[in-house]
Design a protein around this ligand. Structure first.
Ligand code: KE4
Length: 432
């Protein structure tokens, strides 16, 4: 029997670099053949061979309702018949801005764009323009899209400026980007003590889904807020992954419960906000956002920004997730997965730690939850790859990389969780 995934991958590799339009999809970290999705419905997708998978990626977060939710499908079909794109303002952009401002109290104004990269890149430019400063702080293991200034890795030893992670990024472009260790308060204090007057913003994933699932500790997040306030730097929350996913108000609403009065100055959003269509956003305080063109001197633009079909998809998605009980149910379902995996790993004697918030989860083949990137990367990649393929062979689709988070949708049933745990029990048993 031919393997249509393999056939399609060969065809794709002839014309598309690596056979994919985004690197993580190529399975380079885990090996093997990517599954080409033919169709998806609810918590499942069917690959090119017609095999059903329980989908714990969900387009890397957007598909919080599951695939093909009827209300969303209906909204998109109706919007499409009214026109795909106009390059002119529409009412739905206002409605989406109103919904975002209503759901995220720290945001007074918002600009819609088409990808998280665009939102992150624009946030950095706006922070620099609004403060007149050049330097930015990011953290090792956090990903904020592929804008040049953000493709920076930590150098050896302590905090370092400007080590590009990608070819094609000149050192001059990243010379003002300082990379610190996540959850390291001492480094944060030292960085602000030395550069505080020059820092435009600190950008952070409040729960780092690009390190699988690492929470900023309360002392660390408290210190980020204090130091930004003290030195006049903007605290930018990258909630592309966590926004409307870990809670209706995003990760900032989780930290506001832990740190009285806490809020960031700017927020980067994406994924869930578009419901699977190309839509992202960035927002913050009015005084900062009004620095943006056409009002202010910071330029930013986009042909498809606020696209009428994408905004319809996003609005329909937000309407569903804001229904009473949505996040309670999603959180409980996600926690049942994580607790079940922990129990099966323990039975099998496999070192394992896991965590979840709302509909986002992560797990590590490590006895304790890691607190930063270097700790995450102590995971035995070969063992993770065996776990990944063992689950995939059993129709359970998790992220093809040990540093990526997982996502449960409202469509994942108790039976899906049971099937997943049964598959995990078999795979854990074979890992020793
Ligand atoms: P996009 O440009 O891919 O829409 O968003 C970039 C981005 C920004 N900020 C955070 C916190 C993100 O997680 C992302 C994108 N996330 C990855 C998964 N780790 C998307 C998957 C991919 O790159 O194909």
């Amino acid at each position: 029997m031919t393997d249509r995934n393999a056939d399609l991958f060969e065809r794709a590799k002839a014309l598309i670099p690596g056979g994919v339009n985004s690197p993580v999809r190529a399975f380079r970290a885990v090996g093997g053949t990517p599954r080409f999705v033919q169709r998806a419905q609810g918590a499942h997708f069917w690959d090119a061979n017609g095999k059903r998978h329980i989908d714990y990626i969900g387009s890397w977060g957007p598909m919080i309702l599951g695939h093909g939710h009827p209300a969303v499908l209906d909204a998109v079909q109706k919007a499409a018949t009214d026109g795909f794109s106009f390059g002119a303002p529409t009412e739905r952009e206002v409605e989406l801005a109103e919904a975002i401002v209503d759901l995220v109290p720290s945001i007074e104004m918002v600009r819609l764009v088409s990808s998280g990269t665009e939102a992150g890149m624009s946030t950095i430019r706006l922070a620099r323009g609004a403060t007149g400063r050049k330097k930015i702080i990011k953290f090792e293991g956090c990903y904020h899209g592929h804008a040049d200034a953000l493709l920076v890795k930590a150098g050896s030893g302590l905090a370092t400026f400007g080590n590009p992670t990608s070819a094609g990024v000149p050192p001059e472009v990243v010379q003002h980007t300082l990379v610190l260790e996540y959850n390291n308060v001492a480094q944060l204090d030292a960085a602000f003590a030395e550069h505080g007057a020059d820092i435009a913003c600190l950008i952070i994933e409040p729960i780092a889904g690009n390190m699988n699932f690492v929470r900023a500790s309360v002392p660390f997040m408290t210190r980020c807020r204090e130091l930004c306030t003290q030195h006049g730097a903007l605290l930018a929350f990258d909630e592309v992954m966590t926004g409307f996913r870990v809670a209706l108000g995003g990760a900032q609403s989780v930290y506001a419960k832990l740190i009285p009065g806490f809020e960031p100055d700017m927020t980067v959003m994406g994924k869930v906000i578009g419901g699977g269509m190309p839509l992202a956003a960035f927002g913050g305080k009015r005084a900062v956002m009004e620095q943006l063109a056409p009002l202010g001197p910071v330029y930013q633009a986009g042909t498809l920004s606020g696209n009428p079909v994408a905004t319809a998809c996003g609005l329909a998605t937000l309407a569903e997730i804001r229904k009473p009980g949505f996040f309670d149910a999603l959180s409980a379902r996600t926690r049942s997965l994580v607790d079940g995996l922990q129990a099966e790993a323990r039975k099998a004697g496999v070192p394992f730690s896991a965590d979840s918030e709302g509909g986002m989860f992560g797990f590590f083949l490590l006895p304790e939850l890691p607190q930063h990137y270097q700790a995450v990367m102590k995971t035995d990649g070969a063992v993770f790859n065996k776990l990944f393929h063992g689950l995939l062979d059993r129709g359970v689709y998790i992220a093809p990389a040990l540093y990526e988070a997982g996502f449960v949708s409202a469509a994942h049933s108790a039976q899906d969780i049971e099937e997943t745990l049964a598959a995990a029990a078999q795979v854990f048993g074979a890992l020793r």
